[in-house]
Ligand binder design. Structure first.
Ligand code: ATP
Ligand code: MG
Length: 662
């Protein structure tokens, strides 16, 4: 993968082929009580960056007020809330206790084996204070980096907040990543401490984490002084005396008194390596004041959060940015009650998620399109066995959501299997590790939502779709998604590589942040994400979006999931190749390939008909659930698949090869 801006070739903008006309306005009742009201957009437009200054002062507690809202004089490097001082962990914890909310539940934890724990705000505050003391006694101080390699257990949140409290910079690495991936991230950030666990549980079996940490540290020349180990599954582990410390020894015995020190608004909060869907991960740097402001604001407005009454559940792993912004930081800063679940959705049965929704009366659910498509594949009878009546807002993130998956989510989950008269609104949230917080999303009480579209910029955010010259495209056309003004939660750079930051995001267009995604504006000016520009196909001079063809395939009842790539073709430049997972009985249909080709021709147009349709048992996905199309492109073009180290399941590529040999 080159470090150049990911534009494959110049030429006309993306074609806009797929049409979806359904639209669902909010109910009058929902709209009347909603956190976000229509005036929010006008306020934000009139106030400019001062809109964010207002949010920063309303939503956060500052030890010292800021003197300047935005300093963009060293563009593209931005400073927000200059001169302000605050502590992220104080904002997420202590202040709720001080203001009489100490008994409110912060986290309901449910382990995969069914063990449970509940933390009130007072209890979570105490745990974080102890962890902060323990980290300091292990030699960690302000500015040091801490690598976090933990499963989805409360200690992950506690560790992140303890780091923030003392001003140490956390770098969370997905528990599913290999020893090599962990080591390269430890080295890049020069982490002093690694926080890990003996292991976790996955699909009913214990899994291991500590051995990967040991393996990653075998080769000398690393920066790690201590490895702090949470006991989670009790599996035996190797031990390096002097280096390794049990969490229970260090944290459980630490003092529960810890005074948070104020940090500068621009003090680094964390580094997070992007999920690596397209190439070598980048160490994205986020700082404190702006990040907390935009995550807290969007969490309230996009999800219509009512912290006193809602039970919020975001299914993302803390190893992903969604788990940072919308599990660890925003919900706690907002004083919400949330559910945290350790395991997979199909353990011990395929209804586990819905059982959890019923048990905890989850009212806001935030997940990824891949999970929704998987549940669709399993069938609606499974969620149908549970009472999902508590759900009142649904969110998605991570990939474009196909309209069919959106409709299923609305009816089966948001509509409690059709039993609810007015289904819960869906908010499709577009954002990136780099943007830190939601950038494009409907507001559930304001926007009439459309299946498959993230629609409108968040109030205070300025995005557009432009052509190759950087000019806004007219409604009805496609192009490149850009952000036109700095935003509070924007990345402050790539760790240790300022030039790469400029090259990757700011060199494609003058004075605009180039997100790397293709998008179109519909006739109303609403934005539809069309997939990564890297994945755009050029077929006989037509620039086609992977997302649109995939959505057309998924709209056929026989298709559970689809991934589309362009493969080099002598006559057309590129040919569309589709990989599909079929549902149940469709597997025995001899004509299925012809049927699906014709279906795409009818839904989109003859130009989009896949040249080849390959039926496969699985699709390659990252741990965050995104399809890795570049590996499929390797298959389509007859090469050995490239680097697959960030795959969730590294047997998938051989399963695909095997199925194609038959
Ligand atoms: P890498 O940058 O390393 O290739 P990544 O882009 O997958 O990894 P993330 O920052 O987790 O890492 O994902 C952001 C990307 O996910 C966006 O650029 C976009 O392609 C996609 N995405 C996220 N949310 C949405 C959404 N609601 N609709 C469409 N696409 C989305
Ligand atoms: Mg990306």
């Amino acid at each position: 993968m080159s470090e150049q801006p990911p534009v494959k070739q110049q030429g006309e903008a993306l074609e806009n082929l797929y049409h979806e006309h359904r639209s669902f306005p909010p109910s009058a009742e929902f709209a009347a009580a909603a956190v976000a009201q229509p005036e929010l957009y006008e306020d934000a437009a009139a106030a400019g960056p001062e809109f964010w200054a207002r949010q920063a002062r309303d939503l956060l507690s500052w030890d010292e007020d800021f003197t300047q809202t935005l300093d963009f004089s060293d563009a593209p490097f931005a400073k927000w809330f200059v001169g302000g001082k605050l502590n992220a962990s104080y904002n997420a914890l202590d202040r709720h206790v001080e203001q009489g909310r100490g008994d409110r539940v912060a986290i309901y934890f449910e382990g995969e084996p069914g063990d449970t724990r509940t933390y009130t705000y007072a209890q979570l505050t105490e745990e974080v204070k102890k962890a902060a003391n323990a980290f300091e006694s292990l030699g960690v101080s302000k500015g040091d980096r801490v690598a976090v390699y933990l499963p989805m257990i409360p200690e992950a949140v506690i560790t992140m907040l303890a780091c923030a409290r003392i001003g140490a910079v956390h770098s969370v690495v997905f528990g599913g990543f290999s020893a090599d991936a962990l080591r390269s991230r430890i080295d890049d950030a020069e982490a002093k401490l690694v926080v890990t666990a003996d292991g976790s549980y996955r699909r009913g079996k214990p899994t291991q984490l500590k051995p990967a940490v040991d393996e990653s540290l075998v080769r000398d020349g690393h920066s790690v002084q201590h490895v702090l180990v949470v006991k989670r599954n009790g599996e035996p582990v190797d031990w390096t005396d002097g280096r390794d410390v049990w969490w229970d020894d260090a944290v459980a015995t630490a003092s529960a008194e810890h005074t948070p020190v104020p940090h500068d608004s621009e003090h680094p909060l964390f580094i997070l390596y992007t999920s690596g869907t397209t190439g070598k991960p980048k160490g994205i740097l986020h700082t404190t004041g702006g990040y907390l402001t935009q995550t807290a604001f969007t969490h309230l407005a996009t999800f219509d959060l009512k912290p006193e009454t809602d039970v919020y559940w975001c299914t993302a792993d803390v190893g992903w940015v969604t788990g940072h912004s919308y599990v660890t930081y925003a919900p706690l800063v907002n004083g919400a009650t949330q559910l945290m679940y350790e395991g997979t959705p199909d353990t011990p049965h395929q209804g586990r998620w819905w059982e959890l929704v019923e048990k905890y009366k989850v009212s806001i659910l935030y997940t990824a399109p891949t999970a929704i498509r998987t549940c669709m594949k399993w069938g609606r009878d499974i969620p149908g066995k549970f009472n999902l009546d508590s759900i009142r807002v649904l969110g998605t993130v991570g990939e474009p959501i196909n309209p069919e998956a959106w409709m299923w989510y609305r009816t089966v989950i948001g509509g409690n299997g059709g039993k609810k008269e007015i289904p819960a609104p869906i908010v499709d949230t577009w954002w990136q590790t780099e943007t830190g917080a939601h950038m494009i999303a409907p507001m559930p009480g304001v926007t009439a939502t459309k299946p498959g579209s993230a629609q409108v910029p968040v109030p205070g955010i300025s995005v557009d779709v432009v052509d190759e010259m950087g000019q806004p495209v007219p409604n009805g056309s496609g192009g490149f998604l850009v952000v036109k003004e700095p935003w509070p939660a924007m990345l402050r750079g790539i760790w240790g590589d300022p030039q790469r930051f400029k090259d990757t995001y700011w060199s494609r267009f003058d004075n605009m942040y180039f997100a790397g995604d293709g998008a179109k504006k519909d006739e109303d000016g609403d934005i539809w994400l069309l997939g990564r520009v890297d994945d755009v196909m050029n077929v006989s001079g037509h620039r086609l979006s992977t997302t649109e063809i995939e959505s057309a395939l998924v709209s056929h009842p026989s298709v559970a999931e689809a991934a589309v790539v362009g493969a080099v073709d002598e006559t057309t430049g590129e040919a569309v190749v589709a990989f599909v997972i079929l549902r149940g009985s469709a597997k025995d249909d001899a004509d299925i390939v012809t049927t699906l080709r014709n279906h795409v021709g009818k839904e989109i147009g003859p130009i989009a008909k896949p040249r080849h349709i390959l039926v496969v048992p699985e699709l390659p996905k990252t741990r965050s659930g995104k399809i890795m199309r570049r590996l499929l492109k390797d298959v389509a073009e007859g090469r050995e698949p490239g680097d697959s180290s960030t795959l969730a399941d590294n047997t998938v590529m051989s399963q695909i090869a095997e199925s194609l040999r038959k």
